[in-house]
Design a protein around this ligand. Structure first.
Ligand code: ATP
Ligand code: MG
Length: 403
């Protein structure tokens, strides 16, 4: 659903629908004499008619007081005031109202201070659309005009943008990420501060940067990644990030590795890997990106030997993914992709050998036939595979042992 579709009815009634469990947590806290609200991203997403990823609750109760009220809790981040309450095996983060103290070089707040004021807690949040709270008792609490920005489709800092970005430079990247996820524009003062404070991104941990970039790339507007370059953030993302230049569009399927490969496809495999490693992406993603980056630009004629050869170099899943990637990148036309898929289908239906595992002989067979054990076994098997990729009918024990 388009994130811009705003549910005006709900706005008028000032009511939104929240899960029963969240309502139960809020009520339990209220009955014990505390204030409690759903807050942040979940309120924003519900107002936009999007499914929230998780539900966060903010409360005047201290962590020990929260823990005393619920049977099952986890100390998620006690020092920051966060306790996870488990209801029906789902976890809900309940965080005490807090003001974030001074930030150490735009990294973590040096200290967090609890407060009795909901407004203070909302004030520490990054953007107006992320700074609304809700409870059934009060309806939407909106101290910073988040509702209006939500309706207008605007990302705007709570308070003075340059100060907020100086406190925590990750917010610069979050501004672009939310704009890409929601299709929102970035308000002028906020945008100017993004450009001004961009160099501070250098002090933010690579993991936090990566999480935001991945969300940005997987969003409905991945082309907004170009804002990371245009605003001057790119040099501070990681050492070679500036060299990444693939245009990313929503035409690429939404998997993490596909979108990263789209961005890095102008580089070679090594160049892509270097960036992904520095940004601490997982090895599975790195290996998939390498496959796509390495193969997307290569000629892939509609010819069975060529296809079997390509298929022998990657999993079936990655091969299918590669064909879609090439189509989205404009390497192949729709007609060409159709033909390649057809041929790949035939290869699979016919059970043509496309891997060492499918070869009719094994290393053991070769040794039994008198070949010296050692690295020549592997080389021989590779040669046999290449022959069989050209001539699938050669994949029999008799033929290959005469080979
Ligand atoms: P997502 O859909 O990615 O979960 P979200 O808005 O819920 O988006 P979270 O990172 O889960 O984002 O954070 C929850 C809330 O905490 C935000 O809505 C915002 O109010 C606040 N918040 C998170 N990170 C920051 C930050 N770096 N600076 C200020 N407030 C933040
Ligand atoms: Mg969230």
């Amino acid at each position: 659903m388009d994130a811009r579709v705003f549910e005006t009815e709900k706005k008028e009634k000032n009511m939104i629908k929240i899960p029963q469990a969240v309502d139960r947590i809020i009520q339990t806290l209220e009955e014990a004499g505390f204030e409690a609200y759903a807050v942040g991203g979940c309120v924003r997403d519900t107002l936009l008619g999007r499914e929230p990823e998780d539900w966060d609750i903010t409360t005047s109760a201290r962590p020990e007081q929260v823990k005393a009220l619920f049977r099952r809790t986890i100390d998620t981040g006690i020092q920051h005031g966060t306790v996870t309450v488990l209801l029906d095996r789902v976890g809900y983060e309940v965080t005490t109202y807090r003001v974030d103290g001074e930030y150490e070089d735009g990294r973590h707040p040096k200290s967090v201070e609890f407060t009795a004021s909901l407004t203070e807690d909302l004030k520490r949040r990054d953007f107006t659309i992320n700074a609304m709270a809700y409870s059934r008792k009060t309806g939407i609490v909106d101290r910073f005009n988040g509702m209006e920005d939500l309706q207008q489709g605007v990302i705007r800092c709570v308070g003075t943008a340059a100060d907020r970005f100086t406190e925590d430079a990750l917010r610069i990247l979050r501004a672009v990420r939310f704009s890409a996820q929601l299709g929102f524009s970035i308000e002028e003062e906020t945008m100017n501060a993004v450009k001004q404070i961009a160099p501070n991104l250098e002090h933010v941990s690579k993991e936090r940067i990566q999480t935001e970039l991945t969300k940005l790339l997987r969003s409905p507007h991945p082309e907004r990644i170009r804002l990371v370059f245009e605003t001057g953030m790119a040099p501070y993302v990681c050492t070679h990030f500036r060299e990444a230049g693939g245009e990313v569009s929503a035409g690429f399927s939404g998997e993490k590795y596909v979108r990263w490969a789209a961005l890095l496809r102008n580089l070679d495999e090594k160049g892509a890997e270097r960036i992904l490693k520095e940004l601490k992406l997982d090895n599975d993603t790195i290996s998939r990106v390498r496959t796509l980056v390495g193969w997307w630009g290569q000629p892939l004629p509609p010819e069975k030997y060529e296809l079997r050869r390509a298929m022998s170099r990657m999993s079936g899943e990655m091969f299918d993914c590669l064909l879609d990637f090439r189509l989205a990148a404009g390497t192949d036309s729709a007609g060409e992709t159709g033909r390649l898929k057809e041929l790949a289908g035939e290869i699979r239906r016919d059970g043509d050998c496309i891997s060492l595992k499918m070869l009719a002989v094994t290393g053991k067979d070769l040794i039994a036939a008198g070949v010296e054990p050692g690295k020549q076994i592997g080389e021989l098997l590779e040669k046999m595979l290449d022959d069989v990729l050209r001539h699938p009918e050669h994949n029999t024990k008799e033929y290959l042992l005469r080979f």
